[in-house]
Design a protein around this ligand. Structure first.
Ligand code: FAD
Length: 315
């Protein structure tokens, strides 16, 4: 066993996800405490791999890794983990990370913790905080054994700590990747022409309290006046008032804007999962007991239509 910490990074369209940098930053801190190395692992080519603050970066290039393929990625990570025996293997708790963390855990017979929000190594003992019951509770667990696999929620650690300029070394796949049973067919992207709410600095987010499709325009006017975009809770999307690309939350997108202005959203745990890391949360809700007021930095117990009209006038 080594004291190294592997971070399985994620990239798409030539760009690494924020959670990759978050994990590298945390891995550096943990590896320093253990006397090991934080190793960023990059699967596939076509991306600038020299931007991590890791102790080392390994890029595995192979045609089978050109597009996400859980079988190919799983086999490579398994081979690397068997060869180097890292103390921890970190994945993002994302669509791809869920797949791979579970694969690795099953293949190696090592414990896996999902929904990870925190990791500490007190006196060498590993304690992991994991968000359970849709974010209502946090469980602290102590995975046993020489290796643990952790799937980390985006927004848990600072991005900046993982950004740097470590030069990567390229290696060929440590296992043959021919005869794969899983084939990549197609990447289905969000509807063309729609905005990417995860990249917006200001979001005006509407919930069931908006009342109907005819009122969405008011939120759009407000968002435009603020220089932002409209996002929504799930009922708004389920009702067809906005497209699925605008949904924030557990089964939608995770956003981290500078401003998240919420109009008529109650603050269900499934919604909070997608926006809790926003820098400034302002909630408008007629119900003073709405759970969102436990999370919002500022709030008003008021009718959203009155507030939106007044804000528009001021802006
Ligand atoms: C597996 C699973 C996944 C889910 N994924 C998601 C997800 O990704 N995203 C998501 O959002 N939800 C998700 N949900 C649903 C979630 O549990 C909630 O049902 C949902 O978030 C509630 O949306 P809401 O706050 O808009 O509606 P409600 O809970 O109905 O809240 C509406 C709020 O509007 C307020 N209101 C009404 N009228 C006004 C007014 N005139 N002015 C001001 N306030 C007003 C009310 O007081 C109320 O608080 C998921 C649920 C499950 C089980």
């Amino acid at each position: 066993m080594s004291n190294d910490i592997f971070v399985i990074t994620e990239h798409m369209d030539g760009k690494f996800s924020d959670v990759s940098f978050e994990m590298v930053g945390k891995a550096k801190e943990l590896a320093a405490a253990l006397g090991g190395q934080a190793v960023a692992v990059v699967l596939g080519g076509g991306v600038d791999v020299n931007g991590f603050a890791s102790d080392s970066t390994i890029q595995v290039d192979d045609p089978a890794l050109a597009q996400f393929n859980p079988e190919a990625c799983g086999k490579v990570i398994e081979a690397l983990a068997r060869e180097k025996s890292p103390r921890l293997v970190l994945f993002g708790w994302t669509a791809t990370g869920m797949d791979l963390a579970a694969w690795l855990s099953a293949r190696l017979g090592q414990p896996c913790v999902a929904y990870v929000k925190g990791v500490s190594l007190d006196g060498g003992g590993l304690t992991v905080s994991s968000q359970v019951y849709g974010g209502k509770m946090v469980a602290e667990v102590a995975p046993q054994g020489d290796m643990a696999i952790l799937a980390v929620l985006a927004g848990s650690f600072p991005v900046e700590a993982g950004q740097g300029s470590t030069a990567a070394s390229q290696i060929a796949s440590p296992v043959p990747l021919d005869g794969l049973k899983v084939k990549f067919v197609e990447a289905i992207k969000p509807a063309a022409g729609d905005v990417d709410i995860t990249a917006q600095a200001k979001l005006v987010s509407i919930g069931r309290g908006i009342g109907g499709k005819e009122n969405v325009e008011l939120a759009e006017e407000l968002a435009q006046a603020l220089g932002g975009t409209v996002s929504a809770s799930r009922p708004v999307v389920d009702a067809g008032w906005l497209p699925r690309t605008r949904q924030v939350g557990k089964s939608g997108l995770k956003v981290k804007p500078k401003l998240y202005l919420m109009l008529g959203i109650s603050g269900a745990p499934e919604h909070l999962e997608g926006m809790k890391s926003a820098e400034l949360i302002i909630a408008i809700n007629t119900d003073k007991k709405a759970p969102i007021f436990n999370v919002a930095h500022y709030g008003a117990t008021a009718d959203l239509f009155e507030v939106a009209e007044a804000m528009l006038e001021l802006l």
